[in-house]
Ligand binder design. Structure first.
Ligand code: BG6
Length: 492
């Protein structure tokens, strides 16, 4: 079975930072996959733009290598790679002076009537200078859209400054702030699950849900990104964006329709309803950790400081938080959030833990009755599990067992799961902002995060150490067990 392909309109995609990691690992392979799917019209071109003096041929060689490195061999062939590569062009452009901008302007003249997508796959320091030049060189016309990646700022103040710099040139309805988690199939499925089924919505509230857990665990360390990561840390890198977006999709009210502003209005209300975490040291509602040397996938791995090449750092590579949404639907329901590098396994999931039954009709010999839980698994194997109590088969009286109704998307649909960027970049071309963050959302998320960052920056206490390959510092386990609950592993 193949997924339905809806062709997009003619476009040109200009990637700033075209020789960087994001372009090579994600953007070029994503566009190649869409080319293979037949979704790109003939009039779809990509212009790589970067500083430095790459020749056209050197860029083409780099792009070809990116496809070979990041698209599985059985999903490409030489003829198609050649056809895709024929769509590419290259312009050397300086982001913070005017060199190369006339060349870019000339290269785009032929494409003026198409959708022009400017993808800033650069550090945020260049967002303002690039947008300013796009405006000054007449490239921010009505057909032009700009795409920016996180981090959008380092705190509320810097996020506002970045948004203002972008907003001077592009109106909000032509600004696309990517959070690639929103492009993941399982995340979009969360909306289908909630709003295309009658079953869950009546139960989706404090009367029936005991608590929610959101885990985004990675087994890798910071790899080659220690320089960036040390200025960010897990709270900024993962919680401010990806995890809060997941929380919003779980907690929001049903929008009146699935259009960009209706959805984003509802997410914004959730962000505004988040209770301040307070001073993490006194409330104990936030735990930060940093990995030490340990073992991962059977091999010894270095600690964060060794990877960073520094003697000391107070950057957290792990965070656990207890969040609360203060509204009628969720009053009293904790949302436990955790994310970290070098954890025991790579797994991302949302667990909706329902309340226990009010009264058991079964004898104690039937065994413990576990509360139902709905597990939405984002990765590695996307799917949904609903854990139910059933009778253990066979004679010998009534014994109860918790078993999952298990829907693995790979088995159910037998399609390749597209990478989030495949969906998101084409949504920009389509002009659909539903899966992109609006300015006020980003700023509301920072408003909640900033006080936590502030208290940590003033705390004498350092992040708690944890051994690589474990589930983080023991304080994170204590955070949830203090409430009489435990972190749930949906696959268990
Ligand atoms: C990025 C973070 O946004 O998301 C990385 O900057 C993290 O640190 C990555 O590794 C995780 O994305 P995914 O899709 O692999 O879960």
């Amino acid at each position: 079975m193949t997924s339905r392909v809806i062709p997009v309109v003619p476009f040109v995609l200009v990637v700033f930072g075209a020789t960087g990691d994001l372009a090579r690992r994600k953007l070029l392979p994503a566009m190649f996959q869409r080319h293979m799917a037949g979704q790109l019209p003939d009039a779809a071109n990509i212009i790589g733009a970067s500083r430095g003096k790459l020749t056209h041929d050197a860029f083409i060689a780099l792009a070809r290598q990116a496809i070979i490195d990041h698209v599985p061999a059985d999903e490409r062939n030489e003829a198609d790679v050649a056809r895709f590569i024929a769509r590419l062009d290259y312009v050397a452009v300086e982001a913070d002076d005017d060199h190369g901008w006339l060349d870019l302007t000339h290269a785009l003249e032929a494409y003026h009537d198409r959708v022009n997508v400017f993808y800033l796959a650069t550090g945020p320091a260049l967002f303002g200078p690039i947008c300013e030049r796009l405006g000054r060189f007449g490239l921010a016309h009505g057909n032009a859209r700009v795409v920016v990646e996180k981090p959008i700022g380092n705190n509320l103040e810097s996020a506002k400054a970045l948004n203002a710099a972008i907003g001077k040139v592009f109106p909000e309805d032509r600004v696309y702030r990517i959070d690639h988690y929103l492009g993941k199939e399982a995340v979009q499925n969360l909306m289908a699950l909630r709003f295309a089924n009658f079953l869950f919505e009546p139960l989706w509230n404090a009367a029936h849900i005991d608590h929610v857990q959101i885990t985004v665990a990675e087994s890798l360390g910071v790899e080659g990104r220690a320089g960036y990561y040390d200025t960010a840390g897990a709270l900024r890198d993962m919680v401010q964006n990806h995890i809060l977006q997941l929380l919003c999709l779980v907690a929001m009210e049903p929008p009146a329709r699935l259009d960009a502003d209706a959805l984003r209005d509802e997410k914004l209300k959730v962000l505004h309803a988040l209770k301040p975490v307070g001073d993490p040291l006194s409330t104990q509602n936030a735990v930060r950790g940093q990995y030490r040397a340990g073992a991962s996938a059977g091999g010894a791995v270095p600690g964060y400081l060794e990877e960073l090449g520094a003697e000391a750092s107070s950057t957290e590579t792990f965070v656990a938080l207890k969040a609360e949404v203060e509204n009628w639907r969720w009053a009293g329901v904790p949302f436990y959030l955790r994310t970290g590098k070098r954890l025991a396994e790579r797994v991302s999931e949302i667990v909706i833990a329902f309340r226990p039954i009010p009264h058991s009709v079964f004898a104690p010999s039937a065994g413990a009755i576990e509360a139902n839980r709905l597990v939405i698994r984002l990765q590695p194997d996307e799917g949904v599990k609903l854990w139910l109590m059933t009778k253990d088969p066979g004679p010998g009286g009534m014994r109860l067992r918790s078993v999952p109704l298990d829907m693995s998307f790979a088995n159910a649909f037998q399609v390749r799961n597209p990478d989030a960027y495949e969906r998101l970049v084409l949504d920009v071309v389509r002009g659909d902002q539903t899966l992109f963050m609006r300015r006020d959302e980003v700023e509301a998320a920072w408003s909640w995060i900033d006080p936590i960052l502030d208290s940590w920056s003033h705390a004498a206490e350092q992040p708690k150490p944890y051994t690589a390959g474990t589930w983080g510092p023991s304080a994170a386990i204590a955070l949830i067990e203090r409430d009489g609950r435990t972190w749930l592993d949906g696959s268990s």
